[in-house]
Design a protein around this ligand. Structure first.
Ligand code: FES
Length: 167
């Protein structure tokens, strides 16, 4: 993308906290990942326009920032759905059927991991251990769904779509 096209991208507003964080850390070596964490915390993902603004503010080439962002699975370049369902693929969950859950979820929503449904309602994320191994297999979306079986998914998706699920 040429600089002239990039210049036309609307510049997002950084929160005062983020602005201060960048100011405090931008000149310290190895701080890019910490800054990107803060950036993702503010937006829920890393919008291209925000990365562009960051690149200008910390005087680091876009390519270098994208190199880091694309290396780590933690960073998201696309906006998650209103309900971002994290399916645990840690060892305990995997052994107890995490992969079946993930596959069933993909089938039901018609999307893959790191994709968003057309209506923006759901996205799926595959994550490592979320610290509830005793409840394996586990999915997380606002709350933890433990000992989850594929048969429970339609009900959970329905409740999430209707505005929230509390077990
Ligand atoms: S492996 Fe899934 S919660 Fe620990």
């Amino acid at each position: 993308m040429s600089a002239s096209v990039l210049d036309k991208v609307a510049e997002p507003e950084f929160s005062p906290h983020l602005t201060q964080f960048i100011k405090d850390w931008k000149d310290k070596p190895g701080s890019l990942i910490m800054i990107l964490h803060q950036l993702q915390q503010q937006f829920g993902y890393l919008p291209r326009a925000a990365i562009l603004k960051l690149s200008r503010e910390i005087n680091l080439p876009l390519a270098k920032i994208y190199g880091v962002v694309t290396f780590y699975h933690y960073f998201k370049l696309t906006k998650p759905g209103r309900n971002n369902i994290q399916v645990c693929m840690g060892t305990a969950c995997y052994l107890k059927g995490g992969e079946d859950l993930l596959q069933e979820l993909e089938n039901m929503l018609g999307i893959g991991v790191n994709q968003v449904t057309e209506d923006g309602e759901f996205s799926i994320e595959s994550v490592r251990c979320v610290g509830c191994c005793g409840l394996a297999p586990v999915a997380v979306c606002g709350t933890v769904f433990g000992k989850l079986v594929p048969e429970k998914l339609p009900e959970i998706l329905g409740k999430l779509k209707a505005g929230g699920e509390q077990p």
